[in-house]
Design a protein around this ligand. Structure first.
Ligand code: ADP
Ligand code: MG
Length: 557
């Protein structure tokens, strides 16, 4: 008798949960064949055996039993791809102890998905030919299961893409590294239905893993001491750069971290490396209360998330490094202006002091001082002499900053300044464009650090003038016996009155400015027997040109 097609009576909502679908199939089959036992085995291709996905009327121990292909009724059916009937007293290894059993393959085309098995305590229960009937049911069941997995797969794929996109967006939005790490931990836990997610960072020096972020762990877990890299499975993940998972924490070899997980009530865990292209920065670990296997897709997903976390971490490392160059820039500017300031002050004070000393001599000439007064006047004279001496020392110091002339490649001067200001430029949306001759083509007679400082001052002013972004043009050109260095910006420019006094010390038009930058540029250029020219238009930009003599070999003077 041929039954109608929808004998499994699958409801659309069953397709949303493959586990429930399995249960539903078993209930129907159980009713149809009037048996106490039924089980749905799935084939695990990586291990080559069959394991229970859903079962009714089957004891715990038997559920946990796996059948390699060829072993027991189930394994036999799996390897032959044909339905079969058996008496368990003659052919042990089934759903129960003794009785009758039948099994049929669940396949999709050539692929074995699993085995559907039914059984009973009763002997010789199944009639010849009934296994073919079960095979019919198994075919229909396989169709439904395949469909349900595809539905689930699509949904998971969607959730995974969404999670990756969310973390990617967080990174794009420049959230802090710790915010990104927490997001990665939370998303991994959510997608794998894990109740615990922890993220460890490795400390290369001490060879330890420190817990950085924890979602869902108890206080004890969160307060755990650093783990030695060689002591735990997590260390293995870091050293081998490979994911590692455990299905039965209670059965797996003990290590300090696995022991902690067991105390948290975790039964399975997955750990993946936080790896960038060049290094492993830590481990992401997720734990579930139920024993479970992590699918390849899940492992890949968690690895992907961990990779994003690693990228975020590397970016902050990079950011700290950039902050350092920024700091270096500032201190260079401060130091050079400080020297300039001291020399300037000394110079300005020396002239009035010379006048005071002169007047002192004239003033006491006609005087007949008493003893006390004479002592005071001598004291004033020594103090004036001391002051003069201090000023001389400062001026000598400033003079010792006279350039140490040597052969300098102008191209390298520009390149060094670009290196120092590159990150600042990109942060300020300033494009740098260069017109440079080939290395060694534009050689100047000069003091490299001083020239770099002068060009740096010009570039810093240019950046200051391009608060809204713009273009910084740097150029070097050999013109006869001179080399021309150009720093040009598309910034706010300056008016005639500022331009006219630009090189005067202390002229500044910006809060926090010293007004010494351009004065220092002029001093350096003059010490190099060069010249400097400025052209500027309000609202359009500024162009500064420095002309310096070319290197003409070592001079004797
Ligand atoms: P500071 O930068 O400390 O103000 P500087 O001597 O470097 O001192 O510059 C003096 C002033 O000249 C600046 O405050 C600014 O008003 C003006 N200036 C210098 N370079 C530029 C430029 N490229 N564009 C517009 N204004 C500039
Ligand atoms: Mg300046």
């Amino acid at each position: 008798m041929k039954e109608e097609k929808t004998r499994l009576e699958i409801q659309p909502q069953d397709l949303w949960r493959p586990q429930r679908l399995g249960q539903r199939i078993l209930e129907r089959v159980q009713k149809k064949f009037q048996v106490e036992r039924a089980a749905l085995y799935l084939f695990n291709p990586s291990r080559g055996d069959l394991e229970v996905e859903a079962a009714v009327g089957v004891g715990r121990a038997r559920r946990a039993r796996r059948f390699p292909l060829g072993e027991g009724v189930v394994g036999w059916v799996g390897s032959r791809g044909k339905a079969a009937r058996a008496d368990l007293n003659e052919f042990p290894g089934g759903l129960g102890e003794g009785g009758s059993e039948m099994a049929a393959p669940l396949s999709e085309g050539e692929n074995l998905l699993g085995v559907l098995a039914v059984g009973t305590r009763k002997k010789n229960y199944f009639q010849p030919g009934q296994e073919e009937e079960l095979a019919d049911w198994a075919r229909e069941a396989a169709g439904w299961l395949g469909l349900a997995w595809r539905v689930a797969g699509t949904r998971e794929e969607g959730a995974r893409s969404a999670a990756l996109a969310a973390v990617g967006a967080a990174i794009g939005a420049e959230e802090t590294a710790s915010a990104i790490l927490s997001k990665v931990a939370r998303e991994s836990a959510r997608l794998c239905e894990a109740s615990l997610a922890s993220l460890f960072l490795s400390d290369l020096k001490s060879e330890e893993l420190r817990l950085e972020v924890c979602v869902g762990g108890s206080r004890r877990y969160r307060m755990q001491p650093p783990l030695g890299v060689t002591e735990t499975a997590l260390g293995y993940v870091v050293r081998r750069r490979r994911p590692f998972s455990v299905h039965h924490v209670s059965e797996s070899p003990q290590d300090p971290h696995t022991e902690l997980l067991r105390r948290e009530g975790m039964e399975a865990f997955l750990a993946v490396p936080l790896a960038t292209k060049n290094e492993v920065l830590g481990v992401l670990c997720i734990g579930t209360e139920k024993t479970r296997r992590f699918s390849d897709a899940e492992i890949r997903l968690v690895e992907g998330l961990a990779g994003l976390a690693a990228a975020a971490l590397q970016r902050t490392k990079l950011a700290t490094r950039l902050d350092q160059t920024e700091e270096e820039l500032r201190s260079r500017e401060r130091l050079s202006s400080l020297g300039m300031l001291a020399a300037e002050v000394a110079h300005e004070v020396r002239n009035p002091l010379a006048i005071v000393r002169m007047l002192w001599h004239t003033a006491i000439r006609g005087l007949q001082p008493g003893e006390d007064q004479a002592r005071d006047l001598r004291l004033i004279e020594t103090k004036l002499g001391q002051m003069n001496h201090i000023l001389d020392r400062i001026l000598n110091l400033a003079r010792s900053a006279d350039p140490q002339m040597g052969e300098v490649d102008a191209r390298e001067v520009i390149e060094e300044v670009i290196l120092l200001t590159r990150s600042k430029c990109s942060a300020a949306h300033i494009r740098i464009s260069c017109k440079l001759p080939p290395p060694g083509a534009a050689r100047i007679r000069g003091d490299r650090p001083q020239l770099e400082q002068a060009v740096l001052n010009l570039v810093l002013n240019a950046l200051e003038a391009m608060r809204e972004g713009g273009e910084l043009k740097l150029g070097v050109r050999v013109e006869g016996d001179a080399v021309r260095l150009t720093v040009q910006d598309t910034g706010k420019g300056m008016g005639k009155e500022v331009a006219a006094r630009l090189f005067e010390p202390f002229l500044t038009r910006r809060p926090g400015g010293t007004g010494l930058g351009m004065a220092l540029v002029r001093r350096t250029v003059e010490a190099h027997s060069g010249s400097v020219r400025v052209r500027s238009k309000i609202g359009q930009g500024t162009r500064v040109e420095i002309l310096l003599p070319v290197w003409a070999g070592e001079k004797t003077n």
